[in-house]
Design a binder for this molecule. Structure first.
Ligand code: ZN
Length: 205
């Protein structure tokens, strides 16, 4: 019997980030959402590719440039095949590329809606502590304290109290709770002597 339960939480955003800018059709700033579709245009030996977005308000399209006037021979074959087939994982990676989106607009909406897949990697139900490793393949828009509260079945104020009393430690320090979870981030929780230890262990794994 181990005194610590080890779990891995994989946190997956349900919605892609939405860049905000003025929509020429409905006027005013509007969020645009990825349609998940790629448009590829070959002109001689040059290639252009766009990821197609649609205005939340009116469905007006915005073509986000992915490659511009590039020599086809200079595009990695794997990328080219993925662009041609509209490979879902490839398109998702593009849609979550916040650095690239920020070069187009400073305002990007990130939804806090996530799915969390929990896997127990060690320990058992008799544990008095939990070690959580977070896997976050794409950036998510919710704070760590909200993720932990939902994932552990506790209130956010309780999460704050656990941090304040030293029972909860998150890599990244005291402000980590207010920031989004990072890929590979670790969280340690000490449950010794707590009345709802069993419920928290069950929720964690
Ligand atoms: Zn619009």
């Amino acid at each position: 019997m181990s005194d610590r339960l080890s779990v891995r939480w994989t946190v997956v955003a349900r919605d892609c980030p939405r860049p905000v800018f003025a929509c020429p059709a409905c006027g005013g700033d509007r969020p645009f959402h990825s349609s998940g579709k790629i448009r590829l245009n070959a002109n001689g030996k040059r290639l252009d590719a766009w990821l197609i977005y649609k205005c939340d308000g009116c469905d007006r399209t915005w073509n986000r440039p992915i490659i511009e006037r590039r020599l086809a021979a200079g595009v990695p074959p794997g990328d080219l095949a993925a662009l041609r087939s509209g490979d879902a994982a490839f398109v998702r990676r593009l849609a979550f590329d916040l650095a690239a989106l920020r070069r187009k607009t400073p305002v990007i909406l990130q939804s806090g809606r996530v799915d969390v897949e929990k896997v127990v990697t060690g320990g058992d139900a008799g544990a008095t502590g939990v070690d959580i490793i977070l896997a976050v393949p794409h950036p998510v828009g919710l704070r760590l304290d909200r993720l932990l509260a939902t994932g552990l079945g506790l209130s956010r104020s309780r999460i704050g109290d656990l941090m304040d009393t030293g029972r909860l430690e998150a890599a990244g320090g005291g402000n980590a709770l207010k920031r989004p979870p990072r890929d590979g981030q670790s969280v340690r929780l000490d449950l010794a002597g707590m009345g709802d230890r069993q419920a928290i262990l069950t929720a964690a794994g």
